[in-house]
Design a protein around this ligand. Structure first.
Ligand SMILES: Cc1cc2nc3c(=O)[nH]c(=O)nc-3n(C[C@H](O)[C@H](O)[C@H](O)COP(=O)(O)OP(=O)(O)OC[C@H]3O[C@@H](n4cnc5c(N)ncnc54)[C@H](O)[C@@H]3O)c2cc1C
Length: 382
């Protein structure tokens, strides 16, 4: 398989690297420490045309492929993982499902402002009592004339209080379990829709994570995404795509840790020589570099299958579980290479280690990825 970049992909990568180096990286430590949502980063991404990167050009998007999506999440997350999270939740979890499943009216009303970055998107599947077992959700939507009435709470929602448009999954028929789940497009400001307090997190601390509460919240039937009962299918397909982004985020964080480890090892001396000259340190760096490349090939295999319209659930789960565990392992190693300094906020590697952890949890934990892979293998092999 040929993974050499096209001219468009190279140009995008260069633009992302410039934005990352000149703007995002500089702010990353401050917004992590203050837990501040970086609205200026969202505006910057909108100006650069990133918020609708993979959306059809006819809706104001960039019309780019999934390798481009991967490159964007990788480079943004390398500079600032919180910004990578804000971007990926907006584009892959809210904007793309509206493109893939929305009616013409929904695309006109919601997709266009999402693609331009005028509006920010969020995706609400998880609940306080169930994350991995998403079909066990308790949020209900009951038909009432021209509306559905939503009741219940969603948990851990990225872009929580900051978004404008939410894709919310709710049970329209609990008896049918996952086949009774329906997707709704919910606008901020709808009566009966409120937010919990921001979660105080280990990492990606500048991204907003909140609960959403629905109390007799009336949603017009025109805001049902796809058909009634399509919600679980939409959510699972959305997560297949989203996981390519989460793997790319992990790869970006690992690359940041790798590059800063080399630079530090080249400066720091012990026993009269640079620590880079110790074979023990060289082996850590060799392992990092090898695993980052391996992650990239898995990610691009999944992204390519996505773009060809092939089944890619197994590939995206494999990319996510490998890249996230790789990022966790190597950001810990990066702290080790930095010694005592690595344990302080003077260097970035402690943040990379904290940020890497979430990639093993959201959009399906590593355990859930292995279940997805094993189920796909059973289907493919039997
Ligand atoms: C910062 C952050 C942002 C998030 N953003 C969003 C968002 O935007 N939208 C959204 O909908 N959700 C979001 N989530 C929720 C996230 O997707 C869930 O936390 C995740 O899916 C795990 O669900 P849980 O927390 O309920 O853990 P649980 O499902 O309770 O799992 C607990 C443990 O049990 C394991 N486990 C569960 N079931 C099995 C099984 N069958 N076999 C083996 N092990 C199992 C899990 O792997 C895990 O180790 C976010 C979470 C965080 C922390």
């Amino acid at each position: 398989m040929d993974y050499s970049y096209t001219e468009d992909q190279k140009m995008l990568q260069k633009m992302l690297q410039d934005i990352g180096e000149k703007e995002l990286k500089e702010r990353a430590k401050e917004i992590d420490q203050s837990h501040r949502f970086p609205r200026e980063n969202v505006e910057l991404m909108a100006e650069a045309g990133l918020m609708g990167l993979t959306v059809d050009e006819k809706y104001g998007g960039g019309g780019m492929d999934y390798i481009c999506y991967s490159l964007a999440v990788e480079e943004l997350s390398k500079a600032c993982a919180s910004t990578g999270t804000i971007f990926s939740a907006h584009l892959s979890l809210c904007t793309m499902p509206i493109q893939d499943w929305g009616s013409d009216e929904q695309k006109e009303k919601f997709l266009k402002p999402l693609a331009s970055g005028e509006k920010l998107g969020a995706f609400a599947l998880s609940e306080p009592g169930n994350g991995s077992d998403a079909a066990a959700m308790n949020t209900t939507a009951v038909e009432d004339g021209d509306n559905f009435v939503l009741n219940g709470s969603k948990a851990w929602i990225t872009n929580g209080a900051e978004a404008d448009i939410y894709l919310v999954l709710a049970q329209t028929d609990k008896e049918l379990k996952h086949k009774g789940v329906t997707g709704f497009i919910v606008e901020k400001g709808t009566e009966g829709f409120s937010f919990g307090k921001p979660e105080d997190k280990l990492g990606i601390r500048a991204s907003s994570t909140t609960q959403l509460h629905f109390d007799n919240c009336k949603i017009p039937k025109a805001n049902v995404l796809g058909q009634v009962g399509d919600g679980f299918k939409i959510a699972m397909k959305t997560l297949d795509g989203g996981r390519v982004g989460m793997a790319s985020q992990a790869m970006g964080i690992a690359r940041a840790a790798f590059e800063e480890s080399i630079a530090y090892a080249n400066e720091r001396e012990a026993f009269g020589q640079k620590i880079l000259d110790f074979q023990a340190i060289q082996f850590k760096l060799a392992n990092m570099s090898t695993d980052i490349d391996a992650a990239r090939y898995l990610i691009y295999a999944a992204a390519t299958a996505h773009d060809r319209g092939e089944q890619f659930s197994r590939l995206s789960a494999q990319a996510k579980v490998f890249a996230s565990e790789m990022a966790m392992k190597h950001t810990v190693e990066a702290v080790q290479i930095h010694g005592g300094y690595g344990y302080t906020t003077e260097y970035n590697v402690e943040r990379y280690m904290r940020d890497a952890k979430i990639t093993e949890i959201y959009e399906g934990t590593s355990e859930i990825q292995r279940i997805v892979i094993a189920k796909a293998l059973q289907k493919e092999m039997l």
